[in-house]
Design a binder for this molecule. Structure first.
Ligand code: C5J
Length: 230
């Protein structure tokens, strides 16, 4: 399949490609969550929910592998580097009680993936303690076991966990297509710059494109059945 993209079309074989959805968690996206409590405008992230739903429906309908990630730590915080904890000085810290339970702690309400993009049984969910989805996880093993060499990447935030994951993937030999309208940032300028950095210099980290182009490649909106939209 070919998808119109920058810096040139992204070609992929569905059987060897995964849709990787990064950190679409309640605490980052919901109005009553941790991100909002810090004063961020979650609408900037929420606008990527609908395009993600469309891509997810089309990808599932085509029979492609879907992998979800969540950023968060063990309840005892044993996997939290002091450096990551220290950097929140002055504000609430990881593990503190937030509006949706303990901040970035696994199993808390805010750590969950938003219901609009809930994983289905059989879709791997990667719990990651870092920004990148390859660090301290079994993502590479899961992808290698299935012969996956290409990734379509979406999620939040563009310049933090999406960008870090794409750079990690690049160094492990994966080709990544990042869907611009399926990513989001609390800082629009960072979103734009992060995407430009991926496709610059003839695709130094990968490709960028739009959800409509991917859905076209998968057979268009007709490929998404009414059941898959729900
Ligand atoms: C993610 C963050 N997911 N911004 N985390 O990007 O801390």
């Amino acid at each position: 399949m070919h998808v119109a993209a920058d810096p040139y079309p992204f070609t992929f074989d569905l059987a060897r490609t995964a849709l990787l959805i990064i950190d679409m968690q309640r605490d980052f996206l919901e109005p009553g969550g941790f991100g909002a409590a810090l004063g961020n405008d979650v609408a900037l992230l929420r606008r990527c929910i609908a395009p993600n739903q469309m891509v997810l429906a089309a990808w599932r309908a085509a029979g492609g592998l879907v992998i979800h990630t969540r950023e968060g730590h063990r309840t005892d915080l044993a996997d939290l580097h002091p450096a990551k904890w220290r950097r929140a000085a002055g504000g609430p810290r990881i593990g503190d009680e937030g509006p949706m339970g303990r901040i970035l702690v696994r199993g808390e309400p805010g750590h969950a993936i938003i219901p609009d993009l809930a994983p289905r049984p059989g879709e791997p969910v990667i719990d990651k303690p870092g920004k990148g989805a390859f660090y301290a996880t079994d993502l590479h093993a899961i992808l290698s076991a299935r012969g996956v060499a290409r990734l379509v990447v979406t999620g939040v935030t563009t310049e933090v966990c999406v960008s870090t994951t794409v750079r990690e993937a690049n160094d492990r030999g994966y080709d990544c297509l990042v869907l611009e309208d399926c990513c989001g940032s609390y800082f629009p300028a960072f979103h734009t710059a992060a995407l430009q950095m991926i496709a610059a210099q003839s695709g130094i980290f990968g490709w960028t494109g739009h959800s409509a182009a991917l859905i076209d490649a998968l057979g268009g909106a007709d490929a998404i059945t009414a059941g898959d939209r729900s």
